[in-house]
Design a protein around this ligand. Structure first.
Ligand SMILES: [Fe+2]
Length: 265
């Protein structure tokens, strides 16, 4: 069953041209398995896919991710939680260097830092639970005196800073030379907030803006499937109140192929 398109996806669809040169063969009578999804992504981003972000047909990848319907028997073996972290990154497939497909396991009531995506396409599908995506505009000097809340839906829904745990994969940031108290930036401006439910898909690229992902439920974890293409190892994190950016630490994996990595990050 193909989930309904969110307004966000519909908007993206209008921005991305169809690529009729590549066709994914599938049997509409058979539900798509996660293994078949991986094969289809390989086919779409194979030798001709290119590593240049501008040559990737994000529309095609969006459709592939929408075609998969969450089935826990597919992804349970890849999903490892570490509740000392906001979330854990569990790699399913490295795409032979073309992409990273991973499962993120979100602890109760936790959230990511606000971050960019280092020029990569990021496509996220909810597998279990619910997540909230808050998108922000890039910091700019012209937002002096403006409210940082364009969308009232966002008001009051951000998780408190005390709900974040220190140890997640992109919060281990390298400090800039100036302290937060010394930095005189402006608050980030919110673009939109979206509550994402199972099988819904979201897309972001640096050309759209920044985002933060939150698990607003304090009683249960959440699981999401993420495709990053081209893969990246480092991104920037941003302070909501000042727009100040930092280079994040190297993105690492908590597990690969369902096996816990011995080199603990
Ligand atoms: Fe992200």
């Amino acid at each position: 069953m193909v989930p309904p398109q969110t307004p966000q996806i519909a908007h993206i669809m209008t921005q991305i041209h169809e690529n009729d040169n590549k066709k994914i063969v599938k049997n509409p009578k058979e539900p798509l398995s996660l293994d078949q999804l991986v094969k289809n992504i390989h086919q779409a981003l194979g030798p001709d896919g290119g590593l240049d972000s501008d040559h990737i047909d994000a529309n095609e990848i969006l459709k592939l991710m929408e075609e998969y319907s969450s089935n826990s028997t597919d992804w349970n073996k890849y999903t490892i939680f570490d509740h000392s972290r906001a979330y854990t990154r569990n790699l399913i497939d490295d795409g032979n260097g073309k992409f990273n497909l991973m499962i993120l396991a979100w602890s109760k009531g936790q959230q990511s830092p606000i971050h960019d995506h280092a020029g990569s396409h990021c496509i996220m599908k909810i597998l279990d639970g619910e997540l909230q995506e808050t998108q922000y505009k890039w910091p700019e000097s012209s937002n002096i005196g403006n409210s940082n809340k364009d969308d009232d839906e966002c008001n009051g829904k951000s998780l408190s800073s005390s709900s974040s745990v220190e140890s997640s994969d992109i919060t281990e940031a390298v400090q800039n030379s100036s302290s937060s108290a010394e930095f005189k930036g402006n608050p980030l401006k919110t673009r939109k907030c979206t509550r994402l439910r199972p099988n819904e898909v979201a897309y972001i690229h640096d050309k759209i803006g920044l985002h933060r992902i939150s698990n607003p439920d304090n009683d249960r974890g959440a699981v999401s499937l993420h495709l990053y293409t081209p893969p990246y190892q480092v991104c920037k994190t941003f302070e909501e109140n000042t727009g100040r950016s930092r280079m994040g630490g190297k993105c690492t994996f908590y597990s690969i192929g369902g096996n816990r990595c011995t080199d603990k990050s």
